[in-house]
Each structure stands twice: as C-alpha cells, then as structure tokens.
Ligand binder design. Sequence first.
Ligand SMILES: Nc1ncnc2c1ncn2[C@@H]1O[C@H](COP(=O)(O)OP(=O)(O)OP(=O)(O)O)[C@@H](O)[C@H]1O
Length: 324
Amino acid sequence: MKHLFLMNPHAGKYDRTQEMREKIQTAMQGRDEEWQAAVTQYPGHAAELARTAAETGEAVRIYACGGDGTLNEAVAGAAGYDNAAVTHYPMGSGNDFLRMFGPDACRFYDLSALLDAPQAPLDLIECNGRLALNVCSVGFDARIGLGAADFKKLPLVSGTMAYKLSALRTIVQGIHLPYRVEIDGEVLPGEEFTLLCACNGRYYGGGFNPSPDAMPDDGLLNFVVIPAVSRMTVASLIGKYAKGGAGEIDGVILRQGREMHITCDRVSAINLDGEELLDSELSICVSAKKLNFFFPTGTHWDPGRRVQNAKKRKNERNSAFAVY
Ligand SMILES: Nc1ncnc2c1ncn2[C@@H]1O[C@H](COP(=O)(O)OP(=O)(O)OP(=O)(O)O)[C@@H](O)[C@H]1O
C-alpha cells in the first residue's frame, strides 16, 4: 500500500506545507510502507498526481491536505479506481465536506487516525463532465461562495467572515435570475430562481447547511431549489438556509433524485465543491463513478451510525473497567 500526501500551499491563510511534512514524517516513522509527499504546483496538479497514482493499479491512499478544492481535485483524479482511496486532511478555510462528520470532524486533524482507517464507496456528482463530491450549485449562493475568495486572504477575515462579506456584496448586486429547471423529467414551475443546489454532502460555503439529510452513499442527490425572493426577505432566508432549515422557506422545492438540467439566458457562475465553472447550461447527475473515501475509525457521516459507534466505545470502556 502506498500513501500519497498532496499538499496545497495555497489552501487556508498561509502555506503550511513544511509543518505538514514534519507531521507526515512523524506519522510514517517505523511503518514499512511506501509514501510520498508532494506540494501542488498549480491548480489542477493534485488531480493529475492522484490520477497518475491511481492509474498504476497499485493500492494507493491519497491524502488531500488542503481545503475542499484540493479534496475535489484528489477525488476527480482517483474516482472510478477501485485500487485508490481518498481522505481529507483539513488545511483549508472552509473544509466543508468534513462537517457532515459532526463533532468527529476534528479527528481528521489526527494523521495517525487516518493511516489505517476504514473506507467506503461514496457517490459523486457529475456536472457538465466534471466531478464533485460535496455540493454543486448555481445562483445566489454560488455567487456568494465563489466571491468569498476575494475576501479570504484579507487580514483578520476568517473563512466564515469571508462568506458573510461576499453575501452582503451579492445582495447589493442582485438576487435572482431566469432559469429553466428540470429534475428527473419534471419541469419546475417558475421563471426566476434565487438558488439551485444539488447535494451529495451536507455543508458548503463555510458552514451553510442546505440539505441536513443528504447521504453521500444513497445513490441519490438532494436538490434544493429556492424561487425568486426579494432583497427584503433574503436576509431571513439566508439565516434559515444556513442552519439547515431550507424546508421552512416559502415556496422552496426539495427533491431527491438523480439528475437536474438547468438553462439560463446568460453565462452563470457554477459552484463545484467551491471551484468555479462558467456556463449557461448545466447537466447535473449522479456519476456512474464511485469514490473510495477513508475516515477515522468510529467516525461516520450517518448520525445514527455515530451514536452506535459512541455507544460501542462507551461499552468497550465499561468492559475494560470491569476487567480491572
Ligand atoms: N501551487 C498552487 N498555486 C496556486 N493555486 C493552487 C496551487 N495548488 C492548488 N491550488 C488551488 O488552490 C485553490 C484553493 O485550494 P483549497 O480549496 O484547497 O483551499 P481553500 O480555498 O483555503 O479551502 P476551502 O475550499 O475549504 O475554503 C484550489 O482551487 C486549488 O486548485
């Protein structure tokens, strides 16, 4: 088994690759396994490195050390290869995909917990031929999420604050656009929409929670469609949407399905796991490819499984106590 660490020097607020190198060396010490730590040199490099490693056919575990963009690239490179698996060592400003692991998300900071971790096949979103693991969206939110990059590098501006500043700017610029939207053959009523979102994961945009029930391994995407709203109502809408209450928004359309087609009369910014795509037509579907994702033992994205794991750990602690 080979371990490949892909470190993005541009993730987060500053370059942490040297610190990461030291952590990797410590974690791999005494392990008789091949490993390699590579610093990405340009956007798209992580995908190339992941694909090259996966194409060898050898068993490889790929650690995306960066933010959601780095994870997206590692996933795009390794998708569809049974011999490859990917995880996320969070070094970005949002690290949103991992938020669905709840309070256990912080365990991904422990490199040693990732080394012998279990893996599971996850669904992927395909959008105009590109892949995403987490969320694909177009509209108001995509303009906020992608615009946040302008604020992320400012001093004293946290990742979450960057998204809030971007939201303010987007509200001033305009909220809804004309879209034709079709989900699994059903044309949705309405001519203008504020936001259209396809979720495999649950969080994006620095902690926004459009689809609290999305399961990344159920073979389906959760679609959230918000019709045109006014500037007056958008502020309260953002609050509900961010906290997982999209279903409480007036006129919201929620669907679970396999594909969504969107056309717009102009080129729109499309968010693919925080990365930008520009197009006037969008074809989103559950990808035929799967992605092996590995995660620390005992953690899980399914809250039910998390509770079971916690009970199991408690029982193990109790029985250990009984022995002594
Ligand atoms: N050497 C490089 N030079 C410039 N950009 C790079 C380089 N390596 C990777 N990138 C790009 O850096 C961008 C940002 O990375 P990433 O999304 O991982 O971090 P982030 O934006 O801080 O985190 P998050 O997306 O979780 O908020 C990605 O689009 C990636 O393609």
